[in-house]
Design a protein around this ligand. Structure first.
Ligand code: CP3
Length: 369
């Protein structure tokens, strides 16, 4: 099994850093750090107020607004890390692929990528056009530079998609149930020597190149950690994940680690994939809520940190039940170094903000050593 890189840079980075970064590196912390997937989103009135005046893409592409949304969510909730407000699909534009967000439908790519010629036409030399994300990170980093009241530094999370999840949006043209077109391109690469076999590996290669460049901009701008979202990896069998996705994902993970920051690798519905995901060498594996945290941690092995894994819908439960579920996640982690409290997937619209804030307070109270 691949171990995390013995990265001197990482160790230096972590000394005197935030409890969030220390937990990513499995170093001891005074209490469990906590933040939430999609913590700035439609459940939050402050976000909806900004959203009234801007489209999602306008927010992402305007550093003053994206940074404000990021900062407001982190401060309102009292969490230990701020994830930069951006979207997985932003790199499509400088690759020459147009998309939009359609209300009620999610992302739509108007001309999905289905042929080798289309993959060949994707551009990889325009990454500079994504620098607005780095500018947003600089503003967030500046805002959170002074240590907080408890002496801790807030962690700043940059992110990008994983090759499979981004390829599936490119090929399907949007969200998908069965990933038929994406898997067709993937499986075609299993027959050596045919023209069709070249499309998937070339797409992986181009995505990895762009994502490494995008992650580098974010790290140089002040991101302490990079989270790689493989949200739809759960659609793959372990065999397919290993044969078609593990190598490009590993290249992305390890290239980001060489920039001197820890990597969180997250997917949903991944119970059977966890040991293979761990082989990427990621410092932290994000766990969804379907498997008890202790079991998920066992599957990834002790040499790796974990993030998770409260069911986001538990945030709708009565206080007593919600508190019990929070305590259970912490009990499963059993105070071992290397646990970051989070949900098993993103906060959904309609979630009561007060319940999210209560969860932060309970994690702080219940995990204090
Ligand atoms: O605090 C945060 O986490 C917000 C930053 C963020 C957004 N997207 C903003 C956003 C992050 C980390 C993402 C990542 C992202 N984008 C993922 C991976 C995360 C996951 O949930 O697994 C994915 C799959 C996408 C692609 C995407 N963007 C989809 C499928 C949708 C539609 C979702 C829906 O329910 O309609 C989006 C839109 C989007 N991105 C929203 C936000 C806040 C909501 C739409 C809006 O404000 O109009």
């Amino acid at each position: 099994m691949t171990q995390s890189l013995p990265n001197q840079l990482l160790v230096e980075h972590a000394s005197g850093a935030s409890r969030f970064v220390r937990a990513c590196l499995r170093q001891p912390v005074d209490r469990t750090p906590v933040w939430f997937l999609r913590q700035a989103g439609r459940y939050m009135p402050e976000y909806m107020a900004v959203r009234k005046h801007h489209t999602l893409l306008e927010i992402c592409r305007t550093p003053a607004v994206a940074s404000e949304v990021t900062i407001t969510a982190a401060e309102r909730l009292g969490v230990d890390a701020a994830i930069i407000f951006a979207d997985l699909l932003l790199p499509f534009t400088p690759m020459g692929l147009d998309f939009e967000f359609v209300a009620g439908e999610g992302p739509v790519v108007h001309t999905p990528i289905r042929t080798l010629e289309q993959v060949e036409a994707l551009q990889t030399d325009r990454i500079d056009e994504l620098s607005y994300v780095a500018r947003s990170i600089e503003l967030v980093a500046k805002h959170f530079a002074p240590p907080r009241a408890d002496g801790d530094q807030l962690g700043i999370i940059g992110f990008c998609g994983a090759p499979f999840t981004l390829a599936s949006y490119m090929i399907e043209g949007g969200s998908s149930r069965n990933y038929i077109e994406a898997k067709k391109m993937m499986y075609a690469s299993g027959v050596a020597g045919t023209p069709d076999s070249k499309a998937w590996p070339l797409l992986m290669e181009k995505l990895v190149k762009v994502l490494i460049g995008f992650a580098r901009q974010q790290v140089e701008a002040g991101a302490d950690v990079i989270q790689i979202f493989d949200s739809w990896a759960g659609a793959l069998s372990v065999e397919d994940y290993r044969e078609f996705c593990l190598a490009p994902t590993t290249e992305l993970v390890q290239s980001v680690q060489q920039m001197g920051v820890p990597v969180i690798y997250f997917g949903v519905d991944t119970a059977s994939l966890l040991p293979a995901m761990r082989e990427t060498g990621a410092d932290v594996i994000g766990l969804d809520w379907r498997t008890p945290l202790a079991e998920g941690w066992k599957a990834v092995g002790p040499g790796c940190a974990v993030q998770g894994n409260l069911d986001p819908i538990a945030l709708f439960a009565p206080e007593e039940v919600l508190k019990r579920r929070v305590a259970e996640v912490l009990q499963q982690a059993a105070g071992r170094p290397g646990h970051i409290f989070n949900l098993g997937h993103g906060i959904v619209p309609g979630t009561p903000v007060d319940n999210v804030i209560r969860v932060v307070e309970w994690v702080k109270e219940l995990s204090q050593v």
